[in-house]
Each structure stands twice: as structure tokens, then as C-alpha cells.
Design a protein around this ligand. Structure first.
Ligand SMILES: [Zn+2]
Length: 500
């Protein structure tokens, strides 16, 4: 069936063509794009026909262009399948109502017939953590998957969310999903040759997302068998890292040579501080991606200055780790390939600039989420980015809803506080805890060899707090949260589930 090689000389040289059971497959070695054509189409048109050439040109496979950015753009469009958001949401609901008991039992609330436009979708009921806890696994997994085989082969894995025991929830995740979107070369602004880049993870010492850290294991044991990932050794006490941990960090990164260092920004900042104290250099990496918890401007500055490379955010959660990703232009783009993301307050959908709760609907997770309240706050920037991912809307992360502070009759997010503080030279870490109305405990960790300027700090926050309501003290470390995260703003007061 395969045409003679001469008939295929209109394809780019990186494209390989193979016969399959049902037709032929194309694989683009430069971008990682793969497509299949079935035999019926082939025999109707012929591989070297004009119609076929036009089709393959739309997939970026033909040699009329050599510009990889242009090629990846075409291939991204081909993968998106030209379906509208509404069609994708309808298809997802149709499949869920057929295969997942939770939705089948609630067909009257989740039927695709209910949504004739995206606004109608946004009127469907919200899912919450308690729904996951009450219905997982039996009612929330598709009836047509082979769970036993999936777990045995490692293609599926149970993932638990970090957090205190009463908050903890579990989901079943597909272990084989790529962490970065197709054509991430254009996103990060570095060449990746269509492969998922080698990534080293440095984060909390608990299971989070698909990375489960086992303290006692060796370097070899921490290199993943199924993906190009290394889990770096970590600690449950980031504010007093020992010399061996920093030496191992240096040795393992130097040996593994990842393209991406994916890290909890505050843990990595602690590591940089310890490395300075021990005079141990930090290896260079092409890109640092921060995630797992809120990134302060102080952390962003320290990491940029230390690693001398782009430091880009990657927003995910245990329930779905592909929520938004920052491009090399500095815009945090919603992962429209994986989720439909809404930002709502008690009035409904938020306008650009207004802070609201993040609500996600996943297109392909094994544990399906429809209008799931994930616990984070964000706002639309309304900005149009000019990168190759400009079609994916841009958000700003405001931190967790349960970390809102209450002051002067308003709820203030971690991002609003961080914007006020900016990044004074003498400061490295801060944390603000509210245990009662009008009283804020502030802990500061000054830069090495610097003195904390408590008056300046109070002044920076004067838009939000009366100086008399702040109890500021300098400390050497913070007590970690139950999730082992560091935390930036914390409140012990009840916070609204959905922002007013
Ligand atoms: Zn962008």
C-alpha cells in the first residue's frame, strides 16, 4: 500500500511513514506530532494526490515550510480537532453520562442536552471536595476501564492530595499523560525536539501530583521508569537544610542534566539560602518551573538571580496537574487543551481583574471533574499575549481561598498582600497569620547578613492593616503547614467558600 519513496518527497525529511493495520501513520521526529490516515481515505485519494498533499500540509508535514513555530502551530490546531469549547464540553458530558455512574445517576443535571451555549454550561451544579470524597472510587470512575491492569502496568496511579488528614482526597490518574502541552518549545522558548523534557522535581516530602517522594531511596531509584523525571532528595525541614542535601542537589542535577527544574518556589528559595550559607554553588538549568504553592515576588527574584534563567509558573493540583502554564513572555495561560476553566464569585462569572474562585472541568482525566471548585483564587488579566499559545486565556493566581485575610471589611488574597510587600532587598520570607479579627502575626526572615526593617514592612502594608494590628517579629524559620508547604498568608477565621 505504501507509495514509492519518490512519491513522498513532498514530506519534510523528519517525517517517517509506516504502514499500520488500518492504513498508514505519520510521525514527525522534529515536533513529536503523530497522525494516522485510514486505508479507505488512502485508496480513495492516493497518497500523492493533490487532496492528500493539502491535508498533509494542514498537518505541517510537507516541505513547503521549514519554520518549526509555524509547523507546530498547524499541528496544534490539527490536534485540537477544530472543535469549539461548547462541542468539547457537550462531548465530555455525553461520555460521562454514559460511562460514569455519578453522572449517569444525575443525568437530569449533567445531560449534554441541557447546554446549548457555554453560559448554560456555567449554570450546571458545582462539584466539591466532599463530592469526590463521598463518591470516589466506585461512582466516579468510568465503568469501561480495566483498573486492575492499569494499576499493575503502572499506567494508572492513585494520587492523594496534600493537606491535613480531614481534607485529604484521592483520585485515580493516568500516569502516561504528558506534563507539558504539545509544542512546548514555543511555550518555554527553548528547543525540545518534540519530546517531553527531562525534568527534576524539588518539592515537599509528601506525595504531591504524580511525584511521590520516598526519602530513603537512592538516586537511581528516584529516576522514573515511565517518564523522563528525577525526584530530587528533599526534606521535611526546609529552613534548616543540612550540607549533604545541598551537595546531593548539586551532584544529582549535574549528573542528570534536566532541561527543567520543577520546584516548590519557597523550598527552592530555602535551598538557595542554605547553599549560600555553605558556599556551595547551584548548578545552572535552562528553565525553572515553579508550582505546588504560591510564589512570592521575593522567591521569584531569588530564583531568577540565582539560576540566571527564566523562572516560569506551572499551576496544577493533585486532582489535575495541568491547569495553567506560564509562557516565556510571562503570561500564565489556561491549559485549554486539558481543562475548561471558569473564575466565579457569588454573582457568577468574573470580569477581568475581579478575584474569584477557580472552577475546572477536565476533558480527559480518569477521575472526571465537572465544574469542580478546586480551592484556589484567580482573576482574568484580559491581556492578549503574543506568544504561540495566545489562544489560551491568561490568568493571575491569587492563592488559596482558605488563605484569605479579613481586614477593613474586605477579603484580601495572598497576591494582593504580595503586591503590597513587593520585594525589599533586606527580606527573604514573610508569613502573615490571622487568628482573630484585627490582629495579624507577621513572621519575617531577613536576607543573610541583613537586618529586618520592621517599620518599613508595616508601612508597606498600611493600605491593608493598621500598624497597631500587626505583631511583627523576626524568626529563623516557619512551622510548616500539615501539607508540609511553607505558606504565605494563613487564616484561622472561617473564610467564604465562594468569594462575595
Ligand atoms: Zn504567552
Amino acid at each position: 500500500m505504501l507509495a514509492a519513496a519518490a512519491d513522498l518527497d513532498f514530506l519534510r525529511s523528519s517525517v517517517t511513514v509506516r504502514e499500520t493495520e488500518d492504513g498508514i501513520s505519520f510521525f514527525d521526529g522534529e515536533t513529536g506530532f503523530a497522525a494516522e490516515l485510514d486505508g479507505a481515505v488512502l485508496s480513495q485519494f492516493g497518497l500523492a494526490s493533490l487532496a492528500m498533499k493539502e491535508q498533509l500540509a494542514r498537518f505541517g508535514l510537507t516541505n513547503d515550510t521549514a519554520d518549526l513555530t509555524d509547523i507546530r502551530r498547524k499541528q496544534r490546531n490539527a490536534l485540537a480537532g477544530g472543535r469549539s469549547t461548547l462541542q468539547r464540553l457537550q462531548d465530555r458530558l455525553e461520555s460521562l453520562c454514559r460511562t460514569v455512574p455519578y453522572f449517569a445517576e444525575r443525568r437530569s443535571q449533567f445531560s449534554p442536552e441541557l447546554i446549548e451555549d457555554v453560559e448554560a454550561f456555567e449554570a450546571l451544579p458545582l462539584m466539591r471536595r466532599k463530592d469526590l470524597r463521598a463518591n470516589f472510587p466506585h461512582a466516579l470512575l468510568p465503568t469501561n476501564i480495566d483498573l486492575r491492569e492499569g494499576l499493575f502496568s503502572g499506567r494508572m496511579a492513585f494520587v492523594a492530595t496534600s493537606g491535613s488528614t480531614e481534607d485529604r482526597i484521592q483520585v485515580l490518574a493516568n500516569s502516561m499523560v504528558d506534563r507539558l502541552p504539545f509544542g512546548a518549545d514555543d511555550l518555554l522558548g527553548i528547543p525540545l525536539s518534540g519530546k517531553q523534557p527531562k525534568t527534576a522535581f524539588f518539592t515537599t516530602a509528601v506525595c504531591s501530583s504524580s511525584a511521590c517522594f520516598r526519602q530513603a531511596t537512592t538516586y537511581q531509584d528516584r529516576i522514573s521508569q515511565s517518564s523522563p523525571d528525577l525526584l530530587l532528595r528533599t526534606t521535611s525541614d526546609p529552613f534548616s537544610m543540612d550540607r549533604t542535601l545541598i551537595e546531593d542537589f548539586h551532584a544529582e542535577l549535574t549528573d542528570y542534566r534536566p532541561t527543567i527544574l520543577a520546584a516548590d518556589p519557597l523550598y527552592l528559595q530555602c535551598l538557595v539560602r542554605a547553599a549560600r550559607r555553605y558556599s556551595i554553588p547551584v548548578p545552572s538549568v535552562p528553565v525553572v518551573q515553579t508550582g505546588f504553592e504560591f510564589r512570592t515576588q521575593l522567591s521569584h527574584r531569588t530564583l531568577r538571580e540565582t539560576f540566571k534563567c527564566p523562572v516560569l509558573d506551572d499551576y496544577g493540583a493533585s486532582e489535575e496537574n495541568r491547569l495553567a502554564v506560564e509562557c516565556h513572555r510571562g503570561c500564565l495561560h489556561v491549559r485549554a487543551d486539558a481543562v475548561y476553566l471558569e473564575i466565579i464569585n457569588q454573582q457568577g462569572a468574573c470580569q477581568p481583574g475581579a478575584i474569584g474562585n477557580v472552577v475546572i472541568t477536565t476533558f480527559d482525566t480518569l477521575t472526571p471533574l465537572v465544574r469542580y471548585l478546586i480551592g484556589d483564587l484567580a482573576s482574568w488579566t484580559g491581556k492578549k499575549c503574543d506568544c504561540a499559545f495566545s489562544a489560551w486565556p491568561v490568568i493571575e493566581l491569587h492563592g488559596r481561598a482558605k488563605d484569605l485575610l479579613r481586614t477593613r471589611e474586605s477579603w484580601i488574597s495572598s497576591l494582593q498582600i504580595d503586591r503590597a510587600i513587593q520585594a525589599p532587598e533586606w527580606l527573604e520570607f514573610y508569613r502573615i497569620t490571622q487568628r482573630q479579627p484585627e490582629m495579624f502575626e507577621v513572621e519575617l526572615i531577613a536576607a543573610l547578613d541583613a537586618d529586618p526593617d520592621i517599620l518599613e514592612f508595616a508601612d508597606l502594608l498600611s493600605d491593608y492593616f493598621e500598624p497597631a494590628h500587626l505583631r511583627i517579629r523576626a524568626v529563623c524559620g516557619f512551622e510548616l503547614l500539615p501539607s508540609l508547604k511553607v505558606g504565605t498568608t494563613l487564616t484561622k477565621l472561617p473564610t467564604p467558600e465562594i468569594i462575595p
